[in-house]
Design a protein around this ligand. Sequence first.
Ligand code: ADP
Ligand code: MG
Length: 243
Amino acid sequence: MIKFEHVNKTFGDHQALSDINTTFKAHETTVIVGPSGSGKSTLLRSLNLLERPENGLYHFNDQTIDFAKPITGKTMLNIRRKTGMVFQGYNLFPHLSVVKNVMEGPVQVLKQKPAAAKQTALDLLDKVGLADKADAYPGQLSGGQQQRVAIARSLAMNPEYILLDEPTSALDPELEAGVLRVLLALAQEDNSMIIVTHNMEFARAVADKILFVEDGKILFDGTPNEFFKQPTQRISDFLAAMT
Ligand code: ADP
Ligand code: MG
């Protein structure tokens, strides 16, 4: 389980995260929504320590980080491994085949044997619907396919939590559907995921819990049912503007 307590992050004089208190349970999918510039990416990136809040506590299972104190390299590495950020598909290595892209981390970082890493990579490519693209190069794939390779690549590192920041924002609706299907299937397998999205229909379908963030504050933390069926005036205005 991940828990943030009283977490604050500023950029210059802008408070990007303001007293964030929330829990991300294992085996649940949390969806973070909110207007542009509200702090969604900062929150997600803080979970992966790509951003460094000034203060507050970060609990990861039985480990606690006090953001006000120095973080050791070992702790940083440990948290990074446990929270796999899925970067946009265009971060794939263009000179490596799809299967090699997925094997790279497990072989280089986790020191897995290439044969075992390859088998895992092929299984993961099958899971994201790309078994037939194992030997293709990223440049030969559509944006949606590249994004699914990026998801497989992240899964290959076997993180405890999978983090995705607007995973389909760069895709046409037709390509988006394939990626969302994969994410829904992962959610149904009880993976632990934290997803930032503007797609409310997807949020409703995939979320065990919704966080609505505005001006760096969590204005709603609850079930999708509550969020969509009994929205506050602010949330109702937000939802109206999204559709
Ligand atoms: P969202 O993902 O909800 O659109 P962000 O978390 O990216 O919002 O940004 C929250 C606020 O922090 C915005 O006002 C943004 O301009 C600011 N911000 C984000 N990253 C930086 C940065 N590296 N330097 C300065 N300001 C930043
Ligand atoms: Mg963002």
